[in-house]
Design a protein around this ligand. Structure first.
Ligand SMILES: [Zn+2]
Length: 168
């Protein structure tokens, strides 16, 4: 049994002063009728994007966690959305992602490229209805959960730490 003091001290995990290399896509989920997740900025270690693609019509959105629109998502998938699809295929498998998003590929064995191409081929619309705040807060809870789970194996997600814990 931990004393209260020990318990509260283990709950405050101090992140390393200098974050190590970010996981490219530290959080991805199939939820709320969307493929959505958090994608790290390639250039700025303190910035992340919340990207989403809706099932059925593939309406897509990409913005920072502070709701600034992504400069790369104009009329087509930006690199964050592409990275999100790639990571979801790694985690869930292409068939499950395609089924969830209701993507019909002509391939017997779909992969991230063919699923992406099938969606962008329909010229999906860009939407501002991004659920950035709830997705980002689930991502932070996901991090907190990892911090509180005793483990001796390295967790790639732990390599990413937001500079602040504010959710816009
Ligand atoms: Zn983007």
């Amino acid at each position: 049994m931990l004393s209260d003091w020990e318990e509260s001290s283990t709950a405050r995990v101090i992140p390393p002063a200098r974050p190590r290399k970010l996981a490219k896509v530290p959080f991805v989920e199939l939820a709320d009728g969307r493929l959505q997740g958090v994608v790290s900025s390639g250039s700025d270690i303190g910035r992340v994007y919340v990207s989403s693609i809706a099932a059925g019509d593939y309406a897509f959105a990409c913005s920072t966690n502070n709701n600034r629109p992504c400069g790369g998502a104009h009329g087509s998938f930006c690199k964050h959305l592409t990275a999100l699809v790639t990571e979801s295929v790694l985690q869930y498998g292409a068939e499950r992602v395609a089924r969830y998003l209701r993507v019909e590929t002509v391939d017997a064995e779909p992969n991230a490229q063919t699923v992406t191409a099938a969606m962008t081929g329909t010229r999906p619309r860009q939407t501002s209805a991004n659920a950035a705040a709830p997705v980002f807060s689930r991502f932070l809870r996901h991090l907190a959960y990892l911090e509180l789970t005793p483990t001796t194996t390295p967790l790639p997600e732990m390599q990413w730490f937001p500079p602040t814990r504010e959710v816009a």
